[in-house]
Design a protein. Structure first.
Length: 77
C-alpha cells in the first residue's frame, strides 16, 4: 500500500520503525536528519524542507519561551 510495498495501513509506520503512531503529525518528537532523509526517500517532499520546517518551529518555540535577561556586548569601534 501507499507505494511502500508493505502490509501496514499507515505509511509512517514503515519508516524503519521511527514513528510508532499513525499519522506523522501525531508525534511530539522533532524531525531528525535521519527521519528527514527517510521521508524524502518515501517521496514525501525533500529532507531539506523537513529540516527547514523543524528549524523554523524550534526557533519560534525559543522566541516565545521566557528567556533569561541578557546584557548586550559593548561595541568596539
Amino acid at each position: 500500500m501507499y507505494g511502500l510495498h508493505t502490509t501496514s495501513s499507515c505509511p509512517a509506520q514503515n519508516l524503519a520503525g521511527k514513528i510508532r503512531r499513525p499519522g506523522l503529525l501525531a508525534t511530539d518528537k522533532p524531525v531528525s536528519p535521519d527521519l528527514a532523509v527517510r521521508l524524502e526517500r518515501a517521496g514525501v517532499s525533500t529532507a531539506q524542507l523537513w529540516l527547514s520546517m523543524q528549524s523554523a518551529y524550534d526557533l519560534w518555540q525559543a522566541e516565545h519561551r521566557e528567556q533569561p535577561l541578557i546584557e548586550r556586548f559593548a561595541r568596539i569601534d
